[in-house]
Write a protein that binds this ligand. Structure first.
Ligand SMILES: NC(=O)c1ccc[n+]([C@@H]2O[C@H](COP(=O)([O-])OP(=O)(O)OC[C@H]3O[C@@H](n4cnc5c(N)ncnc54)[C@H](OP(=O)(O)O)[C@@H]3O)[C@@H](O)[C@H]2O)c1
Length: 300
């Protein structure tokens, strides 16, 4: 009998995301086991418990997935799992907490594609403002954009101090130069927007962070406005969920909506899980891998 494909899914939270369980099953995993309340300290023991029972052949049919809400904790758990493995007992591992790695990767790949297509330019040197940037998706899209050469500001509707603290934490942990900006009121938001080429809306579901008046005030500098909130109202007024390069009224920008991003996000997560399941050599997959794949998918 062939050994089944097993995915051990670890999360610090009280439950594993049903979305991720479905994705794992659709990628071909046959036995999917959630482990809840798992932190960085518990990760090495669980990892070693998962690797030693199946022999060198079985480890290629065994994977680890790391979820949760905290992107720093997820990366720390991924590192802890990798360090706990003992060759030749090494299994593939992937982190995607709250879908943030695959969503941020898909969002930025869509933005890069539209910068090239609509404006003949790239992320390098562009000024990027991330609204709702203190959440998991916002933090990772900020890191990816900074690594691609953009000048990135994370904005918080709680004000400059929270934005600065988040930007400092993100910069220190991920080695990316990110600054903070306030979006606490219309004046602060419009001041930040005036100097922005790309605005990314990554705030909580159902929250509109940019009104038509804000967009009008942004003026002609804005090149791309992208949103990942699929729950009405849209995160950016006038950018529909299906938009993918549609001109944004009153600006020279093009818009990208949540379902256009979601389509790429779905493919990225599905293909990374399949890669992990089919890998002959063990893989460790994080947000850089998700971004590379998302860019390939958008280019192809
Ligand atoms: N399209 C897709 O494929 C896809 C996949 C996954 C997630 N998503 C969406 O991606 C978005 C980001 O997800 P997430 O988990 O990172 O979000 P989150 O943690 O729930 O929220 C992100 C940020 O939104 C801001 N926020 C919360 N309530 C607000 C309010 N009332 N007014 C203004 N800002 C508010 C907060 O930042 P500040 O208070 O600091 O401003 C918060 O840190 C969500 O809309 C989610 O539904 C989309």
């Amino acid at each position: 009998m062939d050994r089944p494909y097993i995915l051990h899914m670890l999360t610090p939270g009280p439950w594993m995301s049903p979305f991720d369980v479905n994705m794992a099953a659709d990628a071909g995993y046959q036995v999917i086991v959630p482990y809840c309340g798992v932190d960085v300290a518990a990760t090495p023991n669980l990892t070693q418990d998962a690797i030693f029972s199946r022999g060198p052949k079985g480890v290629s049919r065994t994977g680890l997935f790391i979820g949760g809400r905290d992107v720093t904790q997820a990366v720390d758990m991924l590192d802890a799992a990798r360090k706990a493995m003992v060759p030749p007992f090494v299994v593939s591992v992937m982190a995607d907490p709250s879908g943030a790695f695959t969503t941020a990767a898909a969002m930025l790949a869509c933005v890069r594609g539209q910068l090239r297509k609509a404006h003949g330019t790239d992320l390098d040197g562009r000024r990027v403002l991330v609204l709702g940037g203190t959440g998991p998706v916002g933090r990772i899209v900020a890191v990816l954009a900074a690594r691609a050469g953009a000048q990135v500001r994370i904005a918080s509707h709680k004000g400059q101090q929270v934005a600065n603290e988040t930007a400092r934490a993100v910069s220190e942990r991920f080695g990316a130069a990110v600054a903070g900006a306030s979006s606490a009121d219309a004046a602060a938001l419009r001041e930040a927007l005036a100097d922005t080429d790309v605005v990314l809306a990554t705030a909580a579901a159902g929250v509109q962070v940019l009104s038509a008046e804000d967009l009008a005030a942004a003026g002609q500098k804005l090149l791309v406005a992208a949103d990942v909130n699929a729950v009405p109202p849209e995160g950016i007024a006038g950018v529909g969920v299906m938009d993918d390069g549609k001109p944004v009224a009153g600006t020279q920008a093009v818009g990208i909506g949540a379902l256009a991003v979601g389509n790429v996000k779905y493919q990225v997560q599905h293909q990374l899980l399949q890669r992990m399941r089919n890998a002959e050599k063990p893989l460790a997959l994080s947000f850089d891998d998700a971004f590379a794949l998302a860019c390939e998918l958008r280019a192809g």
